[in-house]
Design a protein around this ligand. Sequence first.
Ligand code: GDP
Length: 394
Amino acid sequence: MARHLRVREPDSGEVLDDGLALWFPAPRSVTGEDVAELHLHGSRAVLSAVMAVLRRRGLRLAEPGEFTRRAFLNGKLDLTQAEAVADLAAAETEAQRRQALRQLDGALGELYRGWGERLLRLLAHLEAAIDFPDEDLPAEIEARVAAETADLAGEIERHLADGHRGERLRDGIAVAIVGPPNAGKSSLLNQLARREAAITSPIAGTTRDVIEVAIDLAGYPVVLADTAGLRDSADIIEQEGLRRALARAESAELRLFVFDASRPQDAAGAVQWPGPDTILLANKIDLARDRGDVPEGALAVSALTGAGIPFLVATLAARIGETYDVAAPLLTRARHREALEIAADALRRSLAAGLPELRAEDLRLAWRSLGHITGRVDVEDLLDVIFADFCLGK
Ligand code: GDP
């Protein structure tokens, strides 16, 4: 229900603001409780005047996340959706927004709940076989439980082996800029970041540490790392820079190997990172008289003039899209990963255990751990499945 209203100071009758009130009766509100929204002119003066009146009536400001917390407690959202609200509020790029929205839609929670339900069924069947041995239960139950446990463990393990894509999409996809000194790495970083984030200078070995810049690359969150030039040096600080550069290049998802186009022999330095995740960049193409020297497979760019940079951005975005634009919901948090690992381990242990009682105990652990992800673990569920599937109690 929406009403146009004048907000008044109750004692003096003075009008404080002119606005709109929305009334959402429980349970059809965002938190599941009765919710009233006042739409006011958001100036500091209006807010403090209205808040002063509301406070006198015993109302207070919400704690951070309190509405989402209440929505969770009232069963409006599961925990993965509550986390998605936080992610959506913090999303800086299109890809992050899409991922958070998909999680808010419940896709991730549904996946985990689906596994939890299957597990619960297995557990219930096994429990039934243990608790009611005299009943007329199909003999192959235990074998079927084992086969389905193995299936489930496999599915969870495949979901875990996702290269941390969901988590990386939240935190930023690591792209390292590597190459010999003076090849133009810092200039490239600046060109991509479109601001002066790294110091460029004609003196070799300027970038001694790793410099990171978070950018929005065609909708993807990318953390660019400019690294020390790859060259042998007696300088101890430079050696440390080199060590860090190599470590960073190693752990990055993609590498931009930059070399001076007039020194095509330098491209050989990229051999230590073979494969499609290393993009070769022949830089300073503005100085080249003809492009005949550019090695095959290298992109010709100029970090100085910006030539070839749009094509590089498109190439990078396409490469990232291949990995990240997937339909299946991705695991987005270390918290989920940990719970899934516990669940997968328990399932494997259950398969190896001899006694059905021990197998059931591990299934229960796995189920509990899955339940922690969405925040819904209820022993009643177990009883329901047992008594629904078998007419044991008459
Ligand atoms: P880094 O050591 O690899 O980080 O190289 P820098 O980015 O510091 O660049 C070294 C020198 O090359 C600087 O003087 C840059 O201005 C210059 N430079 C970088 N890219 C280009 C380019 O595309 N064209 C030209 N002409 N000069 C460039």
